[in-house]
Design a protein around this ligand. Structure first.
Ligand SMILES: Nc1ncnc2c1ncn2[C@@H]1O[C@H](COP(=O)(O)OP(=O)(O)O)[C@@H](O)[C@H]1O
Ligand SMILES: [Mg+2]
Length: 295
């Protein structure tokens, strides 16, 4: 495992460090909190020939995924159910159900698989789950504040007390058109599908992640909720223009709101085709079968 200190050693403070990191490090004078940060337009996430299997059964799911996301880019991954999209998302954040069997993935120049899941999160990698979990007994606002403070602490920033956090979260809640009552409910408990998805984006907004992986954020959303969630993601993106986004979706309607720079099609654990929105139109017309015969 790579410690935070050794990650920091690869990026001297002030050189390639984000404003957040520079501010925090200067304030606390603690060099070990300077995490690696790519310069604008630099590669954020570089996945090469990634292979992974289900740890429990040994079933090989990812069979060589290659993909590069630069700062500020939006990538969409489409593909049939069972092609490995969620597995790829979960492997990147370190889900314990999967074992990496080959290839590589670097985030901000650091080998992702040498980092613990929480270190990946502290470095600004975020995954919104396709099926967000319910956490009974934990209030949403406490959860959001603890997660936000964990990232701030790792970056050497001042942690937010409950009042400060309230001021931090309220505008984000408003942007998502979410009722403040959601803050006092238990995390996702009794939330509708759409409410859970909004809550995922609320987490992303609070954490101010640098690389967001959004797994089917449109599933379970009605058209109004889809518009609100997309608006919130676009709003975040305009505030954090360097944020990279990798979004998994089945539907063009999400991509009409959050326009991707690249569209990838995944099949049987590999990306078989890459294009732009034109590829989505082709898919809408002909379905995946035509693509596989022309890929
Ligand atoms: N934890 C797991 N245990 C067993 N099989 C799994 C697990 N995760 C994924 N799979 C299998 O891997 C394949 C790909 O799943 P997934 O990545 O969820 O696909 P997608 O998101 O593209 O629909 C499916 O056949 C699925 O059943
Ligand atoms: Mg999936």
């Amino acid at each position: 495992m790579l410690s935070t200190a050794s990650v920091a050693a690869r990026a001297p403070c002030g050189i390639g460090a984000s404003r957040r990191q520079q501010r925090g490090a200067a304030a606390r004078g603690r060099r070990q909190f300077c995490l690696v940060r790519a310069a604008k337009g630099d590669v954020l996430l570089e996945i090469h020939d990634l292979q992974a299997k289900v740890a429990a059964t040994g079933k090989q799911i990812l069979k060589g995924v290659t993909l590069t996301v630069r700062e500020g880019e939006v990538h969409a991954i489409m593909g049939k159910n069972g092609s490995g999209k969620s597995t790829l998302s979960k492997v990147l954040v370190g889900h314990p159900d999967y074992e990496v069997t080959g290839g590589s993935a670097a985030y901000k120049g650091v080998d992702l698989f040498e980092l613990e899941p929480e270190q990946r999160s502290h470095m600004g990698l975020f995954l919104s789950f396709q099926s967000p979990v319910e956490i009974p007994g934990v209030s949403n606002i406490d959860f959001l504040r603890i997660a936000t403070n964990a990232r701030r602490k790792a970056a050497g920033e001042k942690e937010l007390d409950p009042l400060e956090f309230y001021a931090h979260v309220m505008p984000k809640l408003e942007a998502l058109n979410m009722d403040p009552a959601f803050l006092n409910r238990n995390v996702n408990e009794g939330f509708s599908g759409g409410e859970k998805k909004r809550n995922e984006i609320l987490q992303l907004a609070c954490l101010e992640a640098d690389m967001a992986i959004l797994d089917e954020i449109d599933s379970g959303l009605d058209i109004d909720a889809l518009r609100d969630v997309s608006k919130a993601v676009n709003g975040l993106k305009s505030q954090q223009q360097d944020m990279g986004i990798l979004m998994v979706t089945h539907y063009k309607r999400l991509l009409d709101y959050i326009r991707p720079d690249y569209v990838h099609i995944m099949q049987e654990g590999r990306i078989v085709t890459t294009g732009d929105m034109g590829l989505v139109d082709k898919l809408e017309e002909s379905g995946y079968s035509v693509l596989s015969s022309s890929a």
